[in-house]
Design a protein around this ligand. Structure first.
Ligand code: F6P
Length: 553
């Protein structure tokens, strides 16, 4: 296969990006009065306006031919069909099967996985309803008021993001808390407000071996037993107060979790794609199983769109291609996700894992180092808070950061007057990034005449904005479960498309392993109170310093 950078479409895009007016978005609007309509689309309840990007019809055509030359459509089909697209772990990536609401079978090695998927979902339904309606109770016979999810990475961020997003619908369920960090502060501060008698723990871990999660789970078990085992049988306490979502049923049993309270999933579910599986149990507990199904249905609508829409009308593909244009041809080093919704506060973090763990790769699928940029740095925070923090950099910094603004037309909260202010700010920020403000405009605005007051003219430069800064805007009617499902699925497929074009495996994460292994050695050193041989001098000195400070009286 021809290397990506040698393909005609890549070379044509390089030349296209070298035009002097390549980033002139304002010019594109001036030349095409229909641009706003032509460069926007709807799918699965999501509206995407991508007109505020330096993308013309010609740019799009070139990007689409880049996708075609990467056999994108065949790659999409391969993922949906359960082929082993995760080539370094020899597994399919079938998060789409978890939310397959159709009757279509999904075959892995000739076997339909859908009956197993439906069986686990049914168990999640029964369990979550029993907890929510108070039928399932703790050892003291009391209903559960609080649920603590113990997990990290995808076993935390996915369900946490959705639970936060759907807060307005969580009023009748138990309170759901998330503990991820091995820093004892996280678990201790969470437990400080809880009663053992009415607390249920879910240990969420695909592998059930993750150091942080297992450390937190063992401490939670100790806390529970310390508080309850004096009055109730240990087996009963563990049996009632612990559940698990995992693929490692042997380890969940060894930990003491009853098989009836273990919700399984499969190796073809990647950690960062697992919120649709049993890892979504906290979501069903927080907002009810019906809403969890609406979440799955929203994602499925985008799956169907992604699977069937032609590339030029395919929202995840367009979003991905625009991202590639920015990062590979216009040298944008990062990408900001800016939800104008406090309920989506965790979305940037979830997308950070999704994107950076999937596409932070430097070796292609054939094992050769790539000679082009892959996944960008993903970051962001909810509006309007970001406006008072890092937006200065977006508007006037030397680096151009493409942004996604995410807006919900209607609020779920009864707080008169707030939502219009929120929306106005979100819309105005994308307008300001595009429009900019020249020094002359600044002078006009402050009423100064040419040649007037030197100080005013000096300041006008500082108060001007270059404009032509790119953004997408995604609008949903309201942030309900279906919209949240659709939104996350949109980004999952965007990441897939980019990985497919960059010819990398988006479904492994070997880059997290080295540090995990070294941490075990350092932990030994900390237990021994001194650095063992073999570290670099800086690391040895740090270990020694920490030991000295830690052991000081
Ligand atoms: O260390 C990275 C990672 O493997 C992520 O991919 C995953 O989401 C997270 O750790 C948690 O893993 P597990 O669910 O097996 O505990």
């Amino acid at each position: 296969m021809t290397r990506l950078t040698e393909r005609p479409s890549w070379k044509a895009l390089k030349a296209h990006a070298a035009r002097p007016d390549a980033t002139d978005i304002i010019g594109l609007f001036e030349r095409d009065p229909q641009r706003a309509a032509a460069f926007s689309m709807e799918a699965g309840g999501l509206f995407l306006d991508f007109s505020k990007n330096p993308v013309s019809r010609e740019t799009l055509a070139l990007l689409l031919s880049l996708a075609e030359q990467a056999s994108l459509e065949q790659q999409i089909q391969a993922m949906f069909e359960g082929r082993r697209v995760n080539t370094t772990e020899n597994r399919p990536a079938l998060h789409t099967a978890l939310r397959n609401r159709s009757q279509r079978p999904v075959l892995v090695d000739g076997r339909d996985v859908m009956p197993d998927v439906r069986a686990v979902l049914e168990r999640v339904r029964v369990f979550s309803e029993a907890i929510r309606n108070g039928e399932a109770r703790g050892a003291a016979g009391k209903p559960f008021t609080d649920v603590v999810n113990i997990g990290i990475g995808g076993s935390d961020l996915g369900p946490l993001t959705v639970c936060e997003a759907l807060r307005p619908f969580a009023r009748s369920g138990p309170r759901v808390h998330f503990v991820s960090n091995v820093d004892g502060a996280h678990l201790a501060a969470t437990l400080a407000d809880l009663e053992a008698e009415t607390t249920l723990f879910i240990v969420s871990s695909k592998t059930f071996t993750t150091q942080e999660t297992m450390t937190n789970a063992r401490s939670a078990r100790k806390w529970l037993l310390t508080n309850l085992a004096g009055s109730y049988a240990q087996d009963d306490v563990l049996g009632r107060h612990f559940a698990a979502a995992s693929t490692n049923l042997e380890e969940t049993g060894r930990f003491g979790i009853k098989p009836e309270q273990v919700f399984g999933f499969w190796d073809w579910v990647g950690g960062r794609y697992s919120l649709w599986s049993a890892i979504g149990l906290p979501i069903a507990l927080a907002v009810g199983f019906e809403r969890f199904e609406q979440l799955l249905a929203g994602a499925h609508t985008i799956d169907e769109h992604f699977r069937t829409a032609p590339p030029e009308k395919n929202m995840p593909i367009l979003l991905a291609l625009i991202g590639i244009w920015h990062s590979n041809f216009l040298a944008a080093p990062s990408y900001a996700v800016l939800p104008y919704a406090q309920d989506l506060a965790w979305l940037p973090m979830h997308l950070q894992q999704l994107d950076m763990e999937s596409n932070g790769k430097r070796i292609d699928r054939a094992g050769a180092p790539v000679d082009y940029a892959t996944g960008p740095v993903i970051w962001g925070a909810p509006g309007t808070n970001g406006q008072h923090a890092f937006f200065q950099h977006l508007h006037q910094g030397t680096r151009v950061t493409p942004c996604d603004f995410i807006l919900a037309a209607r609020s779920e909260w009864d707080m008169p007057g707030h939502h219009d202010i929120l929306l106005a700010n979100g819309i105005a920020q994308s307008e300001a990034l595009l429009r900019g403000r020249s020094p002359e405009e600044v002078l006009d605005e402050i009423g100064a005449q040419a040649g007037d007051d030197k100080e005013t003219r000096r300041l006008a430069v500082h108060r001007s904005f270059p404009g032509n800064r790119p953004s997408n805007t995604i609008v949903v009617d309201r942030l309900d479960a279906s919209a949240v499902g659709a939104l996350i699925a949109l980004y999952e497929h965007k990441v897939f498309v980019q990985g497919a074009i960059w010819n990398i495996n988006s479904f492994d994460q070997w880059g997290v392993e080295l540090g995990k292994g070294l941490a075990k050695d350092v932990l030994n050193d900390l237990h021994e109170g001194k650095a063992a041989a073999g570290h670099d001098p800086s690391t040895s000195a740090l270990i020694e310093r920490i030991c000295t400070l830690r052991d000081k009286q």
